[in-house]
Design a binder for this molecule. Sequence first.
Ligand SMILES: [Zn+2]
Length: 345
Amino acid sequence: MIKGKLLSDYVSIRKLLLPLLIILVVYSPASSFALIAKHTVGKVWYSNDKVYIYINPAYPGGSPKFKYNSTTGNRFYVDILNSKISTNLNAVINLDDVKNLRRAQNNPSTSRVVVQFNKSGIKPKVRFVNGSNPYILVSWNGTSRSSTGKTNNRFKILIDPGHGGVHPGSVGPIKKLIEKDVTLDIAKMLEQLFADNPDVEVRMTRTTDRHLNANLNLDLAQRKNIAREWKPDIFISIHVNGNRDKNLNQTEVYYYDRKSIALARIVRDNLIASLNRNDGEVRRKPFKVIQNNPATYGSVLVESCYISSVRGEKLLSQKNYRRAIAKGLRNSIDAFMSSAAVANN
Ligand SMILES: [Zn+2]
């Protein structure tokens, strides 16, 4: 009996000591492993089929050593040796292929970035890209359509269905129609309208009801980041407007960079023609997704009408009206592709 009690005391002390030891190791002062850490792992960026792990080398030109592996069918990790993580923030994302992205100090001298995929069988390639902002690139053939067809000389259109996930956008006054659902439906119709056109390649910033980041600013930055990565010829952000003035219901097309004026005008003209309206406006405003957007020929943000007006909500709840918006946008892009703005470049 006594022996048994002693043993259990011993076990409980061990049970206490082990977590203590772990706590001591994990939470040892940063300065102690700053001596070991040669690199700092900074922010982690991502696009449809790539993850960028930014590295700040302690010594100019120093390349980090890293190891990577799949642990289960869906989980992939990269260990960056001799490094510390700048923050321990988890990035909660849901891209088409990526369910989650985490980074953490795996042990005092190793940072770990874990990519959790939505499906198994993805075998990423990992390489270090040196330069003024060095990064470790994790890439795979995912949603990218470039792997299935020729991309040369095809006109690249990036469609951005506004809002999504935790960002609903504006809401209608009677039926409580939600902007994020309307924009996605129009975007999908527009994508479909280009399905038979071999000269055009279409991508979407989202294809389901999801946000790109729960933080609105980061969400908008991420949409532009997809453009930066893919370099589309044009970028079209689809929205419907909201205002406390329930009588407002005009069509508004926004641009910011000067090069986008021609595109904005063509979109306005074709959209109101398709919708049989005469109240379209082109305006300049620094909306985040179109400001400094890298699309070659321009980027616009389209507010087809006001979901906050009773009439606007009624129209937007009709499939035919949403289809007319998509057709107006398709006509706009067709007109723009054959316009001088593109031909002269
Ligand atoms: Zn909106």
